[in-house]
Design a protein around this ligand. Structure first.
Ligand code: PAF
Length: 281
């Protein structure tokens, strides 16, 4: 496994690999890796000859009051995990390389970026789509892998790839959960023990929503108010949003029909957690 910090060196590596007819799989990350990231790498290894994982905590996707400076980082541990899981390349650029002085260009996917998490985190998806575009241009992968945990991000990136004719495929992989159901996230490390046990309520709420839909409930209002009530049994948990949206365009639904995402974001102390399920109604 090689660690490459320069764009030029990575491009050279990719050019050589492509000349030999190799396919490239790409897993973009912000590091502090967990089993969710490694599941993306394993899938990439099944599909592609060479797997590139990027580690870059992207400053422009964090709001001014968000956790950019304290976002967990442990490159030594990440290197070890990626080597054990069989990554070929870690692309680990500096902020200065990605955003040199005078950087002025941003990629915005309209409407999809303003709802759900985009409503609570203005500018977040503009930062994501900008960095992902840069990474796609640098890595030139055949397939890029994203986790369902950040379902809105994946849908926005899929739309960006279609709209801008980017020559790669996006593969969405299932959420990897802890034994008690909490979706794996680098931010789970922020949770104090009591908060960690409260956090299971997200998964319990989503399971309840699914159960209601399976029993025939189609009113999003009924589902949302029922899971709101469940979440509110935890005193330390504050709801940011709960919504039932169409998987095609992320619009809120009054009556559930077809493939639907039940998505939620909650605050537990200073930690904001998101989770979702895709159901067929
Ligand atoms: O999902 C993430 O970790 C980030 O948003 C991504 C896609 C690596 C862009 O910084």
């Amino acid at each position: 496994m090689r660690i490459i910090r320069s764009i030029k060196k990575l491009r050279q590596f990719v050019k050589n690999a492509k000349r030999k007819g190799k396919t490239i799989g790409f897993v973009p990350t912000m590091g502090y890796l967990h089993e969710g990231h490694l599941s993306l790498l394993r899938e990439a290894k099944k599909d592609c000859d060479i797997c590139v994982v990027s580690i870059f905590v992207n400053p422009i996707q964090f709001g001014p009051k968000e956790d950019f400076s304290r976002y967990p980082r442990d490159i030594k541990r990440d290197k070890f995990l990626l080597k054990s899981a069989g990554a070929d390349i870690i692309f680990y650029p500096s902020i200065k390389i990605m955003y040199p002085p005078g950087f002025l260009t941003f990629v915005v996917i309209e409407r999809l970026s303003d709802v759900l998490c985009g409503n609570s985190r203005p500018g977040h998806f503009k930062g994501v789509t900008t960095v992902v575009t840069k990474l796609f241009n640098i890595v030139q992968a055949d397939i890029a892998y994203f986790g369902q945990k950040d379902i809105q991000q994946s849908i926005i990136i899929q739309k960006m790839v279609e709209d801008l004719n980017m020559p790669l495929k996006i593969k969405l992989m299932p959420i990897v959960r802890e034994i008690d159901g909490l979706a794996m996230s680098s931010r789970n490390v922020y949770l104090f023990p009591q908060q960690r046990s409260d956090a299971v309520i997200l998964w319990q709420a989503l399971k309840k929503a699914k159960q209601m839909i399976n029993m025939g409930e189609r009113s999003s209002q009924a589902i949302i108010s029922s899971i709101k009530k469940l979440i509110c049994t935890k005193k330390r948990v504050r709801i940011d949003y709960i919504d039932c949206v169409s998987i095609d365009n992320l619009t809120s639904l009054r009556k559930l029909k077809g493939r639907v995402i039940i998505a939620l974001a909650v605050w537990i102390g200073k930690v904001r957690l998101i989770d979702n399920i895709i159901v067929r109604a």
